[in-house]
Design a protein around this ligand. Structure first.
Ligand SMILES: Nc1ncnc2c1ncn2[C@@H]1O[C@H](COP(=O)(O)OP(=O)(O)O)[C@@H](O)[C@H]1O
Ligand SMILES: [Mg+2]
Length: 275
């Protein structure tokens, strides 16, 4: 197994360009020490802001964005911009990095209308042009890493429809977990804007240090886990099931050097384990 560390961060996780620069600096130090890192990022708040600017109404169900053609276009545009900013920061920090869309290294399928738990209640929803990862071209990732190039993935997937290609919006945690499973990553770290899974979403001190799959089921059922935390815990479970040795959520706004510390074994955030 290659020792790949999949680092996913959300749109709120980093404090603007400074946060990106700090992440780039840490990635630079880690790659110099021989760590293989794959980055996957989201862009939720920026996508919503751009949609609103254009007079569109962002809608999410259980943390996943309902996406039509126009929404997909906005998501793709915003994600590309974030991606290129991040790649620029990495290159400035001396890292060889290349920005790629998810469809460069995955195949996706449209998410079937599914039952999700919203506020503890089960509802069936069709999210529109939203995908999930069905296959990973791991060789593409390995080839980049072998060349000491860091893949920086933005979560737009694609599927074939007749003889055309349909792009799909993919939740960034879902994309990260798909790739994590496909390349059999050693660890997955989801950097977000909360300290981890909280018993009370308004109380940062109510963080749970370690959760089992059973705990997650209970927290979903009683509505403790909601919104963006729903796809995030499912992504974490997928990475654990795929054999990752450690899967963790941490707060990107924590002033200490998060990625570096976490990869080197700090016990921050919430650790997700099977049992
Ligand atoms: N039990 C919970 N613990 C922590 N966060 C939660 C919980 N339930 C819902 N959330 C929400 O999930 C959000 C993180 O998901 P999301 O907004 O999608 O961020 P990201 O961009 O990192 O994916 C938190 O900011 C919080 O509002
Ligand atoms: Mg999210």
């Amino acid at each position: 197994m290659r020792n790949i560390y999949l680092v996913k961060f959300g749109g709120n996780a980093l404090d603007g360009k400074d946060g990106m620069r700090q992440l780039a600096q840490e990635v630079s130090e880690l790659t110099a020490e021989g760590y293989s890192i794959v980055l996957v990022h989201g862009g939720g708040p920026e996508i919503s802001a751009e949609m609103e600017r254009l007079g569109m109404t962002p809608k999410k169900v259980a943390g996943v964005r309902v996406t039509d053609e126009a929404g997909l276009e906005v998501a793709e545009k915003v994600l590309r911009r974030i991606n290129s900013d991040l790649v620029e920061c990495l290159i400035d920090a001396g890292v060889k990095a290349v920005g790629i869309p998810g469809y460069f290294c995955t195949e996706c399928v449209k998410k079937a209308p599914s039952k999700v738990v919203v506020d503890g209640k089960e509802v069936t929803i069709d999210l529109g042009l939203v995908g999930e990862v069905s296959a990973v071209d791991k060789q593409t990732i390995f080839d980049l890493l072998d060349e000491k190039v860091i893949p920086v993935v933005y979560p737009i997937g694609a599927m074939a429809v007749d003889d055309k290609v349909q792009h799909l919006n993919v939740n960034a945690d879902t994309m990260a977990a798909g790739i994590a499973a496909g390349v059999k990553c050693k660890e997955m770290i989801a950097i977000t804007d909360v300290p981890g899974i909280l018993r009370d979403v308004h109380d940062p001190l109510s963080k749970i240090d370690r959760v089992t799959f059973k705990d997650i089921d209970d927290l979903l059922a009683d509505g403790t886990i909601s919104g963006g935390m729903v796809p995030k815990v499912e992504a974490c479970r997928k990475a654990v099931n795929a054999g990752a040795e450690a899967v963790r959520m941490v707060n990107g706004r924590d002033p200490e050097s998060i990625v570096k510390d976490v990869i080197k074994g700090s016990n921050k955030g919430t650790l997700i384990v099977k049992e």
